[in-house]
Design a protein around this ligand. Structure first.
Ligand SMILES: [Zn+2]
Length: 146
């Protein structure tokens, strides 16, 4: 899996993740530029976020695997009235992405995103804050600095 493009963000993460023993492999991989999740070793279901119990067959045999680096924008919304932690960033867009490996996930969209972008290519990004990484995405036609 190739390393995701990285975007330098200002300051600390506004709502840092609570990292547990189970989610640490996800956050460690994100620090090195890879999005990971869990695939069920019994029914092969791949989903996001990572789980320790398969939501399809209830198996506990799940293994970490790299996710696709991009996909298409399924939908998005623009947040104008944000929770306190994100108020300084408003307005901002939250997108639903269908990754090339079939995973649908929700994440912050960086850069311009418009209704005409629905169905267009987007790529995952590592958002590099002073205190660690978060993930996001941008439209592939979008400039990395906007
Ligand atoms: Zn399963």
């Amino acid at each position: 899996m190739s390393t995701l493009p990285e975007l330098r963000m200002t300051g600390a993460r506004p709502f840092p993740p609570r990292v547990s023993a189970f989610t640490r492999p996800f956050w460690d991989a994100l620090e090195t530029g890879t999005m990971r999740s869990t695939r069920c070793e019994d029914c092969s279901l791949l989903g996001f976020p990572p789980r320790n119990l398969c939501r399809a067959c209830w198996s506990r045999r799940l293994a970490w695997t790299d996710l696709a680096a991009g996909g298409v924008l399924y939908s998005f919304t623009r947040v104008h009235v944000a929770p306190a932690a994100f108020r300084a960033d408003a307005p901002y867009a939250i997108g639903l992405l269908d990754l090339d490996d079939g995973v649908r996930l929700m994440c912050r969209m960086v850069g311009a995103v418009e209704p005409a972008d629905i169905g267009a290519r987007a790529q995952l990004l590592v958002l590099r804050y002073d205190d660690g990484a978060l993930f996001g995405a941008r439209m592939t036609h979008s400039s990395p600095t906007t």
